[in-house]
Structure formats: structure tokens, C-alpha cells
Ligand binder design. Structure first.
Ligand code: ATP
Ligand code: MG
Length: 285
């Protein structure tokens, strides 16, 4: 899946600076990239590297000072298209509490489609579908503030999904969750991805990066690296230069190799490492 035809979001030569008292902060410099239809693109980079700024460019929350961003061919700089663009590109942020707008889960999920002015029957159908896909039907009548972080984030995702976006942008949406909450949200995102939703995931958890089809690394507002996860983790020195870790399982394989046991691949999962290890000739193991 490559080539211009598959680009759903296209960022071309974009620079963004924030005005601050006495000057400006350069957040992005000459960034070009595309989000391809149907892919899972993960964006990583150390603190302040420009990830959230990039995410906000995708749906026109920020308009680039230089360069252009188009979504399905529509320019985010075009005021007339912004409502349509926000429908195509759904955003979920870090803090679930900031994204809940209603006092009952079902009403929260309905908020987006109601704002689109859709017919009642259509809203009901979309809300039911979104709650089913996020597996929150049993929470329908609950008060969001009583839910766990993972449940709240799934409510937030359902609310976005009810707008029927083509792309779901998750900006560190698992960062405030406990491990089980993170697993819940990631499994939900994977299910949506299997159903054809394009995923853009911003994360600092290297263990989540393995879910991606493609990874973009930002450093100081520029694209420093673009690779598939396995190719990315095959460059641990480069990652360390960029102040990023490698997943634990990749690290274990690298340490085994340093001690003379080469498992023959860069494993992305515990299962891959275990399989490779048991296939080693006895002497090596
Ligand atoms: N509203 C703002 N006003 C001024 N500077 C800002 C603003 N938002 C972001 N910045 C600066 O722009 C740069 C990029 O910030 P951004 O939030 O995009 O990075 P990030 O990679 O998402 O960081 P984090 O990992 O902390 O979420 C940083 O230097 C940040 O301090
Ligand atoms: Mg951020």
C-alpha cells in the first residue's frame, strides 16, 4: 500500500511556530508526510518534538504557517471545508476527563452526531453501533465520572466513531491509563483498524509501536526517521540518539546477540522471540 493514490492526509513542507511573548517557538520545520488509507501509522518522538502539533494539523485545529495539509483532497486552510475535515479526522486526546461532555454515557456518544444535525433514527443507529464496537453497551446508562480510565477513553472513542471518521488520531490516548486500561483501548483500536479505520497513534510506549504498519519519528520538529517497526528496532543506536527506547523484547534479543546467541531476527513480540529461541541449534542456545 504505497503511492500517492492511497494518501488520505497529505502534509507538504509544513512549518509551524507558536507566538510567545518576545518571539516564537518553532514547533515543526519543513515536515512532509502522508497518512495512507487503511494503515496504522504511529508517531513517536521525545517530549516537545512536535507530535501534538502535527496531530492538530491533521484536522485543522492548527493551520500551518507555511506549507499545506490536505485531507481527502480538502485543504485544512479552507474554512468552508473544516467541518467536513473534522468529520473525516476524529481526534482522541490524552485526558479522558477533558473529552466527556455529557452526564450519561449514551448521551456523550450521541453528542457528535447530534451536532452534525443528523436525523434521530440515524443518531440512534450510530450510537448503538459505536457502543457495540467499543464494547461499552453495558455502560450505556452509567455516569462517565464513575468509570475507569480505560472505560472513559472507550466512551470518548465511541463518541468520535459515531461521527463515522475515516481516520482516528489517538494523541497519547493511553498515557494516563493503567496497564489494563491501556490494553482495553489498544484492543479497541486494533478492532477498528481491522474494520478499515485508519489509525494514527501517537505514543511514548515502545511496546505499542509494534502495532504499527509504519512509524514516523519526530525530533525537534522534523521527521528524523520513517520505517516499519522491525526496521526501526533494528537500529537501536539511532533510536538512542533520538532519546528513544527499544521494546523490552527487542532489547533482550540484542543482549542475547551480544553474548553470542543470535536468534536471527528482530523480534517484536514475546512469542516471536520464544519461537526463534527454541528453533536455535542446541549448542547456541
Ligand atoms: N500553545 C503553545 N504555545 C507555545 N508553544 C507551544 C504551544 N504548544 C506547543 N508548544 C511548543 O511547541 C513544541 C512542540 O510541542 P508539541 O506539543 O507539539 O510536542 P509533543 O511532541 O506533542 O510533546 P509532548 O511529548 O510533551 O506531548 C514544544 O517546544 C512546545 O513547547
Ligand atoms: Mg503531545
Amino acid at each position: 500500500m504505497t503511492g500517492a493514490a492511497d494518501a488520505l492526509i497529505r502534509v507538504e513542507s509544513v512549518s509551524v511556530a507558536y507566538p510567545v511573548p518576545g518571539g516564537k517557538v518553532q514547533a515543526l520545520t519543513d515536515v512532509s508526510l502522508e497518512v495512507r488509507r487503511g494503515e496504522w501509522l504511529t508517531i513517536i518522538g521525545h517530549n516537545g518534538s512536535g507530535k501534538s502539533t502535527l496531530a492538530k494539523l491533521f484536522n485543522g485545529l492548527i493551520i500551518p504557517g507555511r506549507g499545506s495539509v490536505t485531507v481527502d483532497g480538502l485543504s485544512t486552510a479552507d474554512d468552508e471545508q473544516r467541518k467536513r475535515i473534522r468529520q473525516i479526522v476524529g481526534m482522541v486526546f490524552q485526558d479522558p476527563d477533558n473529552q466527556i461532555v455529557a452526564t450519561i454515557v449514551e448521551e456523550d456518544v450521541a453528542f457528535g452526531p447530534e451536532n452534525l444535525g443528523l436525523p434521530r433514527a440515524e443518531i440512534i443507529e450510530r450510537v448503538a453501533d459505536a457502543m457495540r464496537r467499543l464494547e461499552i453497551e453495558d455502560l450505556r446508562q452509567r455516569a462517565p465520572h464513575q468509570l475507569s480510565g480505560g472505560q472513559k477513553q472507550r466512551v470518548a472513542i465511541a463518541g468520535v466513531l459515531a461521527m463515522r471518521p475515516a481516520v482516528l488520531v489517538l494523541d497519547e490516548s493511553t498515557a494516563m491509563l493503567d496497564p489494563s486500561g491501556r490494553t482495553e483501548v489498544l484492543q479497541a483500536a486494533q478492532a477498528l483498524h481491522r474494520d478499515g479505520v485508519t489509525i494514527v497513534a501517537i505514543t511514548h510506549f515502545m511496546g505499542e509501536v509494534v502495532l504499527a504498519d509504519r512509524v514516523v519519528v519526530l525530533a525537534e520538529g522534523r521527521v528524523a526517521l520513517e520505517a516499519q517497526p522491525r526496521d526501526l528496532f533494528a537500529q537501536p543506536e539511532r533510536l538512542r540518539e533520538l532519546e528513544l527506547d527499544v521494546p523490552q523484547v527487542t532489547e533482550i534479543a540484542a543482549r542475547l546477540r551480544a553474548r553470542g546467541v543470535d536468534v536471527g531476527l528482530v523480534p517484536l513480540t514475546v512469542a516471536e522471540l520464544a519461537d526463534a529461541y527454541v528453533r536455535l541449534p542446541r549448542a547456541a542456545a
